[in-house]
Ligand binder design. Structure first.
Ligand code: ATP
Ligand code: PAU
Ligand code: K
Length: 249
């Protein structure tokens, strides 16, 4: 079995796949290294042979996690690393090492699946957009705060914006003008997010022509799905790219 990890800024997404790399056997989302160890220990019949991961955390944090996995499960981890060119895609950053590895892998995964121009949107702690042309040229992209960052900035920098997560979830069931603080803030932030992704569609048409695929991933992907009816929602897009960047034998 192979353990795959996507270590984001707030959460670690994990899954275990079979040695033939065909089926996902288990998976989840956890908030810390120790929570990951606990979740894996609770997975029945676990027999890890290898691990591959992508991390946008600091090298120290990533090393601490790979050290723990070696210690507890005896597996060594292959880590995705930056590349100027891979699997027919050319990194568009002027300093290619600076492009977030989660973005790079999502782009590799999307281009591998579509083989045509792609717009790749990832909605997590941060929201990212990346554009790739028909011949695999990554044009670069955009980064803006995601829902968790937007709402927390408002909560942190105002005196009277306070509400809990349960109220937040309920507020998004409707998009009418808010009649409470929680409705006003949650719906306002969601409108910003929807505006951002709609602007990306216009930009993509400008830079890629009308014929492009839209890929949508990340924990908050479903929040914008109804304004992007043509998007392919692929929660495992980063893992698709990870398999390309870190092939295991
Ligand atoms: N099962 C889940 N567990 C945790 N967060 C979830 C889940 N489903 C949806 N979310 C939402 O997804 C968002 C986090 O997205 P995601 O997990 O893709 O990114 P992240 O790891 O926090 O950050 P990054 O963008 O750096 O990868 C949060 O707003 C959270 O509310
Ligand atoms: C933008 C995030 C935080 C999204 O997870 C990550 O891709 C990252 O840390 N990127 C480095 C900066 C950049 O991509 O330009
Ligand atoms: K991510």
């Amino acid at each position: 079995m192979i353990l795959e990890l996507d270590c984001g800024n707030s959460f670690i997404k994990w899954r275990v796949i079979d040695n033939a790399q065909l089926v996902a056997l288990a998976g989840g989302v956890v908030g810390s290294d120790e929570e990951l160890i606990t979740a894996l220990q609770a997975t029945a019949g676990l027999a890890l042979r290898q691990c591959r991961l992508v991390s946008v955390r600091s090298d120290d944090e990533t090393r601490a996690l790979t050290g723990r996995l070696q210690e507890v499960f005896g597996v060594s981890c292959a880590c995705a690393s930056p590349a100027l060119e891979m699997a027919g895609v050319r990194n568009g950053y002027s300093e290619y090492q600076r492009l977030g590895l989660d973005r790079w892998l999502a782009v590799l995964g999307a281009y591998h699946i579509a083989r045509k121009p792609c717009l790749v949107l990832d909605l997590g702690t941060a929201v990212t957009s990346d554009l790739v042309t028909a011949d695999g040229e990554h044009l670069g992209g955009f980064i803006c705060p995601g829902m968790p960052l937007m709402r927390n900035q408002l909560r942190t920098h105002t005196r009277r914006i306070r509400y809990d997560d349960e109220a937040a979830e309920k507020a998004l069931l409707d998009m009418a003008p808010g009649r409470s603080t929680v409705e006003a803030v949650e719906r306002g932030c969601l409108l910003m997010l929807r505006g951002f992704v709609q602007a990306q569609i216009e930009l993509a048409a400008e830079h890629l022509g009308e014929e492009f695929e839209v890929f949508l991933t990340g924990g908050d992907a479903l929040l914008v799905r109804d304004v992007l009816p043509r998007a392919r929602v692929l929660p495992d897009l980063v893992f698709a790219g990870l398999a390309i960047a870190c092939p295991l034998h």
